[in-house]
Design a protein around this ligand. Structure first.
Ligand SMILES: C[S@@+](CC[C@H](N)C(=O)[O-])C[C@H]1O[C@@H](n2cnc3c(N)ncnc32)[C@H](O)[C@@H]1O
Length: 542
């Protein structure tokens, strides 16, 4: 009964959101997990509660119809109240109806002698009869057909076409080790193919990416989490697009880099691997350590995260990935430090549990900027976004879209807010005097969060320009969305202040898009920016 009780709380909350005209956003899985935590529910039931709630939520209108139209229900409930003195509420009934009609074994999850199981058995016939009527009215043969008809989607599967993983350079201490693990992984597959599409249906194939070093794609059926390299932390699951910002940032040994919106930390750990390793890989002797002693103990990578829980996740992820961490609170006290943080050969990452946009905003924060942060010359900005490029949202998006008018209105408001937040956080970074290069990225496919933000930033910050295509993964074909730039052109003129049509098209070319599925993974957007070189004055030239 605990499963139905917990699922009832969560489903009631989701229904309330819907009734209050709030669109449910994010993946349904994450919503349910967070509600599970919010209500402090029994973790052992999470999997069942998840399945039970998600299915009932998807079928809500059908369950409402059955509840309203089953003529014998009222009498059966009255009888139950007379004998037991209690009746399940409407939402619990929805959940039990859903299990009885649409679960795999078409059974409610209760022991045979439970009074509610007996109650459900007593109404089972009329429930099925009402469901038959519903199918007839809607001219469908199954619940899946009904959902497909309602949402206009014929795609029941919402998962990436392949799995991507990369070597974790922080755990591979010599070039020899890197090569050995890479070769061992490849040898585990029968075929080393030259396109990610070839691995899709074939568990025997592996693809080594041509754009990101040490990144591989394998079939979705290959269980990465079961293999020894994953268990030992030598490989990390990371989508292709998510690795692109670091390729554009062109990490050098002399860099000091901020990851301004870091949790859960996929890009931070990739960055950590690159900054301590990458530019030494080519020249290093086979059996020599790839890490050199640092000249000082000033952190080279700092990661900001303002959310409490996500900041915890970030620290755990960094430790698991092999980094020594030091963690600061918003009041700038050290809250946690790995024992080996100050060891000479430690790969250090500093984590700031605080709001990046307050950096340098007041006297106290200026002090930090003027000390440790003074050296930071590059930044990654991967702020919160609508997540419209990620997987696991299809059912929730389709449900929202079924109510199209409300969807368009609410989604429009939400995207406008997100877009102005995204512009403001990158704007803040652009004002930090020592920053020379940064990347802006989202896992959204909406131009308002992507190309529009890029244009907005260029208009607000004439001292910054985009990193040109020639330095931004030039061979990647899919660049900025045509329509997002065309709207700024009037005949032969660019409507944007101080920009020619040619310059605008160069901006389009500097942007990179990865289309969901078509490019092998999540939908992703990234654009690099650099501070314009100061033109030398005539006096200086002389
Ligand atoms: C899209 S996620 C980052 C994903 C991460 N870059 C990765 O690759 O794993 C955005 C993160 O930025 C955090 N965030 C949003 N605004 C922030 C701010 N002003 N300061 C610091 N972190 C912020 C959010 O809490 C969220 O964890």
């Amino acid at each position: 009964m605990e499963i139905y009780r917990d699922s009832t709380w969560i489903l009631e909350d989701l229904i309330k959101q819907k009734e209050n005209n709030k669109l449910v956003s994010g993946s349904l899985k994450n919503i349910i997990i967070s509600k599970h935590k919010q209500f402090k529910l029994n973790n052992k039931n999470l999997k069942n509660v998840f399945a039970c709630t998600i299915e009932a939520y998807k079928h809500l209108d059908v369950l409402e119809y059955l509840y309203e139209n089953m003529s014998s229900l009222e009498a059966a409930l009255t009888k139950l109240e007379a004998t037991k003195g209690k009746v399940p509420n409407k939402v619990t009934l929805y959940l039990m109806f859903n299990d009885a009609l649409f679960s795999k074994n078409k059974r409610v999850q209760l022991p045979n002698n439970h009074y509610l199981k007996k109650f459900m058995d007593s109404i089972n016939k009329s429930l099925n009869k009402q469901w038959e009527t519903f199918k007839k009215i809607n001219k469908v043969n199954s619940i899946d057909e009904y959902l497909a008809k309602k949402t206009g989607s014929d795609k029941p599967i919402d998962q990436p076409p392949v799995r991507w993983f990369r070597l974790n350079l922080a755990k591979l201490k010599t070039f020899e080790q890197i090569t050995a693990v890479k070769n061992e992984i490849i040898a585990n597959f029968k075929h080393n193919v030259d396109s990610w599409k070839s691995v899709q249906e074939n568990q025997d194939c592996i693809y080594e990416d041509e754009f990101v070093p040490y990144l591989f794609a394998v079939s979705m059926d290959f269980k990465i989490s079961r293999c020894k390299w994953y268990k030992s932390g030598q490989i990390i699951i990371q989508d292709r697009g998510s690795c692109f910002p670091l390729e554009i940032l062109d990490v050098k040994k002399t860099d000091y880099i901020m990851d301004c919106c870091a949790a859960p930390g996929n890009k931070t750990s990739l960055l950590g691997g690159y900054i301590y390793v990458k530019d030494r890989l080519e020249s290093v002797e086979e059996d020599q350590p790839i890490y050199e002693e640092e000249e000082d103990s000033i952190p080279r990578v700092v990661a900001f995260e303002k959310n409490d829980k996500r900041s915890e996740i970030l620290s755990t992820m960094m430790k698991n990935a092999g980094f020594e961490i030091r963690k600061f609170n918003p009041d700038l006290t050290v809250s946690e430090q790995s024992e080996a943080y100050f060891n000479d050969d430690a790969l250090r990452i500093d984590i700031f549990h605080g709001d990046f946009s307050t950096l340098c905003n007041n006297e106290r924060n200026k002090n930090i900027y003027n000390s440790k942060f003074f050296k930071f010359n590059k930044a990654i900005l991967d702020p919160s976004c609508s997540g419209s490029g990620i997987y696991g949202r299809q059912s929730i998006d389709n449900l929202n879209k079924a109510d199209m008018e409300r969807y368009i209105e609410k989604e429009g408001e939400r995207l406008t807010k997100l877009s102005s937040f995204q512009t403001s956080i990158v704007s803040h970074a652009m004002k930090l005097p020592n920053l020379q290069k940064l990347t802006y990225s989202t896992c959204s496919v909406n131009p308002i969060e992507n190309e529009d933000v890029v244009i907005d930033l260029l208009m607000k910050h004439p001292d910054w320009e985009v990193i040109p295509r020639s330095e931004s993964i030039p061979t990647w074909k899919r660049r900025g969305l045509e329509s997002a730039f065309e709207k700024h052109i009037d005949g032969n003129d660019c409507k944007l202040k101080g920009m020619t049509v040619k310059e605008l098209m160069d901006v389009k070319d500097a942007c990179i898009r990865l289309n969901k599925e078509e490019d092998g993974g999540i939908g992703f957007f990234v654009c690099g920016f650099q501070r314009r070189q100061q033109k030398k004055s005539k006096k200086g030239k002389k």
